[in-house]
Design a protein around this ligand. Structure first.
Ligand code: CMC
Length: 429
């Protein structure tokens, strides 16, 4: 028998259906709540709100489980690649060899920006944050594809998706080159996704940079681990914008803006800045943790805590291992990795963090890998954005193709002044 939820209000009992997901997650379907009762729900920060049904990513935050289309993140990290995972997320299943080849070819065919796009980069000041450039340029890139403005894009969705996924990488690398006053380096046909990004970042017109396989693999893994994370702030933004019928590039540009904040994708930059500060001060991390626990300091242990994970973030576990492997292969050490490990160890034994179930999240160790690859700190959120692109595209598609889709439009509880009348300016005190 279908389960129902009863809500008693002002002496009357109302029933609402219970929706059960494929992983037995339960939700009360309150779509008729206001119609029937006149009440709405209030859920600041949406911690208890299921904004949609989605078939893309499953997270069990209590157990520390993350799966893309049902496949555990650990298996994908071990055996797959970013582009195969992108196909999985966007198309809904793993590709055959032929499908993967076709998708990769589409990415290659679409990797070049329209030549005129180069002039747009001139408009930014030299110290512009690359996330600002990325967002603006994704929107600008969309202007070159009038077919984006058609409401029905089902017949060429794969091409559009490949174009965005491919060009975001080119835009990101160009943003970096611009910020350094360096000439743009065009992508090469023979390089795969992550290798091409490193090439566009670090080669010179007269000499290609050396692409170490372990560095390419580490970057590909970072992209893969960031590829989707269900209804996080930026993905919810993409879905929100998509629900109004805006085009794919506009939605992705909005996603970049939402991701930029230090509580979300900007946290990887904030973590490294925090570790550098601790290193500079000569603290072994203990003083800093004391500051964090003192709420009046307003400081947080960046890269720790998560709205959904109340256990170790499985991505952080993989990235931490990758840090050790990459640094060993490159024959390097990084004092910030030692500080990070000490901070983690101390935090995981500290009552403050235990009580609040605060564990390392995806951003705690990812910056160590990016530093080892030579990526500057202000590009860290950009790496996150490139990685998250397939997730945003998959969510955009879910919204755009939902036959029952409605514009996302939450309500509010108004707490402002009740009716008052306009006072002409010379009568105001
Ligand atoms: N350091 C110290 N205390 C923390 C931290 C932290 N990193 N995170 C949460 N808390 C405390 C918080 O002060 C609160 O304490 P109390 O109950 O005494 O008021 C309690 O833990 C619950 O925190 P919250 O802010 O209500 O939790 P939230 O679910 O609203 O926020 C979060 C989640 C990720 C924004 C938060 O944990 C945070 O600010 N972490 C640091 C920034 C960060 O690493 N962000 C990356 C998130 S993962 C990747 C991504 O999605 O982009």
């Amino acid at each position: 028998m279908n389960q129902v939820a009863e809500i008693k209000l002002e002496g009357r009992v109302y029933t609402f259906p219970v929706v059960v997901g494929t992983e037995q997650e339960k939700a009360i379907d309150i779509r008729e709540l206001r119609n029937q009762t006149g009440y709405i729900t209030l859920d600041d920060g949406y911690a208890n709100t299921g904004s949609c049904r989605s078939a893309i990513t499953f997270i069990d935050g209590e157990k520390g489980i993350l799966r893309y289309r049902g496949i555990p993140i650990e298996e994908l990290a071990e055996q797959s690649s970013f582009i195969e995972v992108s196909y999985l997320l966007i198309m809904g299943r793993l590709p055959t060899r032929a499908e993967l080849r076709r998708f990769s070819d589409l990415l290659t065919q679409n990797q070049m920006l329209h030549e005129d796009m180069k002039f747009h980069f001139e408009g930014f000041p030299p110290n512009a944050h690359p996330m600002a450039i990325l967002s603006a340029m994704i929107n600008a890139a969309g202007c070159y594809y009038p077919e984006l403005l058609r409401r029905d894009i089902s017949d060429h969705f794969e091409t559009l998706a490949a174009r965005l996924l491919s060009q975001v990488r080119t835009i990101a690398a160009f943003a970096y080159r611009k910020s350094r006053g360096l000439p743009f380096i065009y992508p090469k046909t023979q390089y795969k996704y992550a290798a091409n990004f490193l090439h566009m970042m670090f080669s010179h017109p007269s000499e290609d940079c050396e692409l170490k396989p372990e560095a390419v693999r580490a970057l590909d893994l970072l992209f893969l681990l960031h590829a989707d994370h269900e209804q996080n702030c930026s993905t919810s933004t993409v879905r929100m914008v998509a629900s109004s019928g805006a085009n794919l590039f506009a939605c992705a540009a909005a996603g970049v803006c939402a991701l930029w904040g230090p509580l979300h994708g900007g946290a990887n930059q904030a973590v490294i800045e925090m570790l550098e500060e601790i290193h500079r001060s000569g603290d072994d991390g203990r003083k800093f943790l004391e500051q964090v626990k003192n709420k009046s300091s307003g400081r947080r242990l960046m890269g720790f805590g998560h709205r959904v994970y109340k256990n170790y973030d499985p991505r952080a576990r993989i990235i931490k291992r990758q840090c050790d492997e990459l640094l060993a292969k490159l024959g390097r050490t990084d004092p910030l990795l030692d500080i990070a490990k000490r901070l983690e160890e101390a935090a995981l034994q500290d009552e403050y963090f235990i009580e609040r179930k605060l564990y390392p999240n995806v951003d705690f160790y990812s910056g160590i890998i990016m530093r080892a690859l030579g990526i500057p700190v202000n590009m860290f959120p950009v790496i996150f954005a490139i990685g998250r692109m397939p997730g945003w595209i998959a969510h955009y598609r879910e919204v755009a193709e939902d036959p029952q889709g409605r514009i996302y439009r939450p309500r509010q509880v108004y707490v402002g002044p009740t009716l008052q009348h306009y006072v002409p300016i010379d009568q105001r005190t």
